[in-house]
Design a protein around this ligand. Structure first.
Ligand code: CA2
Length: 159
């Protein structure tokens, strides 16, 4: 692939938000900040443009709906940016879906889960993710998107 072709590539990224993240900015701002989910999605759209990427965002409070979205991403998107919410610490099924589709996935968290209760210290998702970003509030998503696109670009140049 020529450098011109590489420069015009548009990466398609699926952004997934897990349970209760629809409440962002509306409840518990002392824990999760005052930025709404809609503002995070808009910020990611702007950031994606700068990265020659596009994002499609989806939030669900239902494990199965998140799994359906992960499966549907196969062949449609090149990577997944996910904040699995509390499913991070419980869901073997979401982990299996990510492993099953084999799409590069970055896990993000608003809070630093390692500063919090011990049950939040274990992630079922981390072993099948490219990496994890935790503790930077809404900025975790921006950092995660940049890391994911950088990873995809790196994979592309190795082919
Ligand atoms: O820090 C994160 O991003 C978390 O994924 C958030 C989850 C939590 O279970 C994880 O351990 C860490 C909880 C999301 C709940 O979001 C709310 C937002 C506003 C009000 C209430 C809940």
């Amino acid at each position: 692939m020529t450098s011109l072709e590489l420069a015009s590539l548009k990466w398609s990224i699926l952004v997934l938000h897990g349970p209760n993240l629809n409440l962002l900015g509306l409840r518990e701002p002392e824990v999760y900040g005052s930025t709404t989910l809609s503002a995070i999605n808009q910020m990611l759209e702007t950031e994606a443009e700068l990265l020659q990427a596009q994002v499609s965002s989806f939030q669900s409070n239902h494990e199965g709906a998140l799994i359906d979205a992960i499966q549907a991403a196969y062949g449609q998107h090149q990577g997944i940016l996910i904040n699995p919410g509390a499913y991070t610490h419980t869901s073997v099924a979401i982990r299996d879906a990510i492993a099953g589709v084999g799409l590069p996935t970055v896990e993000v968290h608003l809070s630093n889960v390692y500063k919090r209760e011990p049950f939040r210290h274990h992630s079922y998702i981390a072993p099948v993710a490219v990496g994890q970003i935790s503790g930077f509030g809404a900025e975790s998503y921006r950092l995660g998107l940049r890391a994911l696109v950088h990873h995809l670009q790196h994979l592309q140049t190795k082919r």
